[in-house]
Design a protein around this ligand. Structure first.
Ligand code: FES
Ligand code: FES
Length: 161
């Protein structure tokens, strides 16, 4: 099956077997290995991507759903100023982002901050429900997301001044 979609801002086309999943297509056909293979059952958060504006586990997305979709992986997101806001917030509060689910934490934070400019502590905790992270969750991560929110708003204010 031939699929066309938008990947990290670029139109792409790929020929794949119908039984393949987005995680395999990203890793093997596009060499986007920031999408990690973990539980392969939608439980760990290691394979998160932004799929049509929602953070989603790529291991649960079958090939046919990719057609005409818009997908952002950590590789694409890392080129943005939005990524840098989050990176600074994480660094201020010592959030570890190892190769396992670090990318998911960035993408979840991004979508949360797009939906809520200044999320509450409870909203931040809830947003990370789907991530089983061994590095940093809890208070440090909450403080880091709040810091990222402030950094972003300051940057946008300065840009618009
Ligand atoms: S590998 Fe996809 S959620 Fe765990
Ligand atoms: S960032 Fe290391 S396990 Fe989540």
């Amino acid at each position: 099956m031939t699929l066309s979609f938008i990947l990290n801002g670029e139109p792409v086309t790929v020929n794949v077997e119908p039984n393949r999943r987005l995680i395999d297509i990203l890793r093997n056909d596009f060499e986007l290995t920031g999408c990690k293979s973990g539980c392969l059952g939608g439980l760990c958060g290691a394979c998160a991507v932004i799929f049509n504006g929602i953070v989603s586990p790529a291991c649960l997305i079958p090939a046919f759903r990719i057609r005409d979709s818009t997908i952002i992986t950590i590789e694409g997101f890392a080129r943005s100023n939005h990524y840098k806001d989050i990176e600074r917030g994480f660094s201020l509060h010592d959030v570890e982002s190892c190769g396992y689910c670090g990318a998911s934490k960035f993408l979840i934070t991004e979508i949360l901050l797009v939906e809520k400019k200044t999320p509450s502590r409870e909203e931040i905790l809830k947003a990370f429900d789907s991530v089983k992270c061994r590095c940093t969750l809890g208070e440090n991560l909450i403080d880091a997301v709040m810091a990222a929110s402030e950094i972003r708003q300051r940057r946008l204010r300065e840009q618009n001044a």
